[in-house]
Design a protein around this ligand. Structure first.
Ligand code: ITT
Length: 190
C-alpha cells in the first residue's frame, strides 16, 4: 500500500519522492487541508497537523514541518518561515541581515507519521550553514537561493540539482530516519 504524504508544497513532494524511490517506498500525494497550530518548535507543530490529516483521511500518513533558523535573529523565522517567505521573501531576509557578520543559520525539519487511533511519531533532521550575501541559483524553492550548507562547496541549495540537495538537506535527513524506521517496522509486521 502506498504511503501518503500530506503537503501543499509540490517541491517538498518532489524531493521526498526521489528519496522514496531510492528506498523502494511507494508514495502517494494528498493535499488535504489541515489547520496548522503556532508553536516555537516544529515537532509541536507537526504532531497535531498529522493527527488531523490522519483522522480526515482515515489512513496512515505523514506530514512535514520545516523552517530556517537564523542564529543572530534568535531563530527567526523558524516555525514562521512560510509566512515570512511569503511576506518578506529572500530579499527581505537579506535586508534584515545587512551588515551582519555572523551569518550562521540552519534548516530544520520535523516529519510526523500517524496511524488511526495512535499517537504520531516524529523524526527530525537539520543542516547547518550560512546566509549568503545575495540570492544565487534558480532551483529548489523558498529560502534555497540564500542558504549555503556548511558541508557543501559554497553553492546555495538553489544552485544544486535536487539529488545533491537531498544528500544533506534537513528534509532528507528527517525522511531517511523515518523511512528507515518505517521499513523496519513493515518487515516485523510482515
Ligand atoms: P506544507 O503544506 O507541507 O506545510 P509549506 O510550504 O507550508 O508546505 P512548511 O510550513 O514546512 O511548508 O515550510 C515553511 C517554509 O520554510 C516553506 O514555505 C519555505 O519557504 C521554507 N522552507 C522549508 N524547507 C525549505 C527548503 O528545503 N528550502 C527552502 N526553503 C524551505
Amino acid at each position: 500500500m502506498a504511503l501518503i504524504f500530506v503537503t501543499s508544497n509540490r517541491h517538498k513532494f518532489e524531493e521526498v519522492s526521489e528519496i522514496a524511490l531510492k528506498h523502494g517506498v511507494e508514495l502517494e500525494h494528498s493535499d488535504t487541508p489541515y489547520i496548522e497550530i503556532q508553536a516555537d518548535e516544529l515537532e509541536q507543530v507537526v504532531r497535531p497537523s498529522v493527527q488531523q490529516a490522519c483522522a480526515l483521511l482515515r489512513q496512515p500518513c505523514f506530514a512535514e514541518d520545516a523552517g530556517l533558523f537564523v542564529q543572530t535573529l534568535r531563530g527567526f523565522p523558524g516555525p514562521y518561515s512560510n509566512f515570512v517567505f511569503r511576506t518578506l521573501g529572500n530579499e527581505g531576509l537579506l535586508k534584515l541581515m545587512s551588515g551582519e557578520k555572523d551569518r550562521r543559520a540552519e534548516f530544520r525539519s520535523a516529519v510526523g507519521y500517524c496511524e488511526t487511533g495512535e499517537k504520531p511519531r516524529v523524526f527530525t533532521g537539520k543542516v547547518e550553514g550560512t546566509i549568503a550575501l545575495e540570492t544565487r541559483g534558480t532551483r529548489g524553492f523558498g529560502f534555497d537561493p540564500i542558504f549555503v550548507a556548511s558541508e557543501g562547496d559554497g553553492r546555495t541549495f538553489a544552485e544544486m540539482p535536487m539529488d545533491e540537495k537531498n544528500r544533506f538537506s534537513h528534509r532528507a535527513r528527517a525522511i531517511e530516519a523515518f523511512f528507515k524506521w518505517y521499513k523496519q517496522r513493515e518487515k516485523v509486521r510482515g
